[in-house]
Design a protein around this ligand. Structure first.
Ligand code: FEO
Ligand code: CA
Ligand code: CA
Ligand code: CA
Length: 600
């Protein structure tokens, strides 16, 4: 049903913003400001950000770069005046971050310290005011490449994870490529290790290296120059690459807790994970592998949730994702598949069909012939290949709607669909050369999230309908929707509406990326309305929709990423005027930030 409080987020959709514009654009009647920026000091001892005098030691005490998953969770008992913000730091853009005169080793150190995760406390005077972050607050924490993670599940302690530094194969230093994520019903944060392959050098010849895109070339950031573990050809570090590519779980309310890497959820280019509680109390995590022609997965826990978000419940529930069953999805359409350039729909008028979840693990035991449970969890792509799942157009966020239980899968794009010997279009991925992406709506049979059968249909086949007939908006009039391309992150508001943020619109529809509200029910179904647009070259990430508070948060990732130190393309969010001296803590360069948008 509807939320217990009314939504307080009325808006008229903004017009699409041309891709050259370096501005944050919000609806009329709304203001925005950054809650926290790359380089902002987190601890009492943290130096203020100084763009021209950066060091790795300072960066380790400051907010990191390129946030993706974000959540803002009110602290119980604070009357809505304190909250904890979680954000991850997916990757770095050294060419626009640091002066080119800086020593190469210092640049590597800054880049490394700008990766990882951050937890930061926020406060506000009252419920109608915007938030500010609190330097030196007790819950503030940076997770760096030196932070230990406990491995859980079938891979823990296996030979596949053992290294010279960790002969037990149970403790991993650092998390990498953290992309989307999810907040669990028990109040912890899940974060997906996505493009971890780019941080490792290997022989590049094994089946695993080839399937995961790990090569023998020097890495872009060169961390292997300083630390032997990043070059897995070094004796004793052969397995270091097997220790990334997982879902990590963090307790943002306990800064001394040890975060986990849950191997039972598989190892691939994890976009993120979102958990729902099934009717019987087991928990189900939905997950995408963001690679062209890779798969959609879900995990069903063996054990049942302990209700509540108190510390004891959180601790008990942080074991749920260590034991369970891992499935990969196969979709089957029921009519002619492809949407063509004239926009002709499938013969039965809908992109739809049935599907099944194919097991790889049942209660942590392998059901894949010839592979142990540890092998299934470390080489999950190879395990999944044996059961012929559906090759998808890059599954990004996969999230169940709390209002209905229906699961939404953002397939961002796949320009190789139908090219050469690659898979042809099918009804679930219905466009060759899919530049604009689509959104799948999946309904578990009988509403049981633990089951193995589902039905599905496409909610959106994205694009600019003014210029692309091969688009579909669930039947909503195409001349009354905002153009949308490359769906990436999804979120829901208290009324059960879907919100989608995008990554890649400048190169497909020529507009800056943004955040869009999509109706799902009745006459509103398929109505896409753009809420905001991010500045030049930026991606819109981590949407958090606090509609009852009249507030939306987004992470503005990689603004101005195609620029250089000498020729920056974005000055978001400080926008220091040309020739002016930046105020203390400001900088005349782009700073990836978490932004709040609120009613003026
Ligand atoms: Fe980091 Fe799949 O986006
Ligand atoms: Ca059909
Ligand atoms: Ca993403
Ligand atoms: Ca992305």
């Amino acid at each position: 049903g509807k939320g217990y409080l009314k939504s307080n987020l009325p808006f008229e959709p903004i017009a699409p913003v041309d891709a050259m514009v370096d501005a944050m654009t919000v609806p009329e009647g709304y203001d925005w400001n950054p809650v926290i920026r790359w380089g902002d000091p987190l601890f009492r001892t943290s130096p203020a950000f100084d763009a021209n005098n950066q060091t790795a030691a300072a960066q380790a005490l400051q907010f990191g770069y390129n946030c993706d998953y974000t959540d803002v969770i009110e602290i119980e008992g604070s009357k809505g005046r304190r909250a904890v913000l979680f954000a991850n730091h997916e990757y770095t853009n050294e060419t626009i971050m640091v002066p080119p005169t800086l020593a190469a080793a210092e640049v590597r150190g800054i880049g490394k310290a700008a990766h990882g995760l951050s937890v930061v406390e926020l406060e506000r005077k009252n419920k109608n005011k915007p938030w500010t972050y609190v330097q030196g607050a007790p819950l503030n924490r940076r997770y760096l490449t030196t932070t230990p993670y406990e491995v859980t599940g079938p891979a823990a302690g296996s030979d596949l994870l053992k290294t010279k530094d960790d002969p037990a194969g149970r403790t991993i230093l650092g998390t990498l490529g953290n992309c989307a994520g999810g907040t669990t019903p028990w109040g912890t944060i899940l974060s997906g290790e996505e493009n971890f392959n780019g941080y490792f050098v290997a022989t590049g010849t094994s089946a695993g290296d080839r399937r995961y895109g790990i090569t023998n070339r020097p890495t872009a950031r060169g961390w292997e120059i300083d630390e032997p573990r990043w070059d897995t050809r070094n004796a004793g570090y052969e397995n270091e690459k097997n220790r990334f590519g997982y879902i990590v779980e963090v307790d943002p309310l306990d800064p001394t807790s040890t975060p986990k890497k849950h191997s039972a959820l598989g190892r691939f280019k994890h976009e993120g994970a979102n958990v729902t509680v099934a009717a019987d109390g087991r928990v189900v995590a939905y997950m995408g592998d963001d690679e062209r022609f890779d798969y959609l997965y879900k995990f069903v826990s063996t054990n049942k949730v302990r209700p509540g978000t108190d510390p004891a419940a959180r601790k008990a529930n942080m074991t749920l994702l260590s034991e369970g069953s891992l499935y990969v999805a196969r979709f089957q359409g029921n009519s002619v598949a492809e949407i063509d350039g004239t926009g002709t729909l499938p013969s039965d008028g809908a992109f739809d069909g049935v599907g099944e979840w194919l097991p790889l693990l049942i209660d942590n035991r392998s059901v894949v012939a010839g592979m142990s449970a540890a092998e299934v969890t470390v080489f999950t792509r190879l395990a999944a290949d044996t059961v012929a799942p559906t090759k998808m157009d890059r599954c990004e966020d996969v999230e169940p709607n709390p209002a209905t239980g229906k699961v939404y899968v953002a397939c961002t794009n796949n320009t190789n669909r139908g090219v050469g010997s690659n898979a042809a279009a099918d009804e679930a991925n219905p466009r060759s050369l899919n530049r604009d992406g689509h959104v799948v709506e999946l309904t578990e049979a009988g509403g049981d999230a633990t089951g193995t059968r589902f039905t599905w249909n496409l909610l959106l086949v994205c694009g600019d309908p003014a210029r692309n007939q091969a688009t579909y908006f669930a039947g909503y009039p195409k001349d009354k929707v905002s153009p949308i391309s490359c769906p990436d992150n999804v979120a829901f508001d208290s009324q059960g509406n879907l919100w989608i943020s995008t990554d890649g619109q400048p190169s497909t529809v020529g507009f800056n990326d943004g955040l869009f509200k999509v109706g799902l029910e009745g006459a509103e179904r398929g109505r896409v309305q753009q809420f905001l647009a991010v500045p030049r070259d930026a991606e819109t990430c981590g949407p958090v929709i606090h509609d009852q508070d009249g507030t939306v948060f987004v992470a503005v990732q990689h603004p101005g990423e195609d620029g250089s130190w000498a020729a920056q393309l974005s000055y978001f969010p400080d926008y220091v005027p040309t020739g002016a001296v930046p105020a203390p803590g400001e900088a005349a360069l782009p700073r990836p930030s978490v932004v709040q948008v609120y009613r003026a």
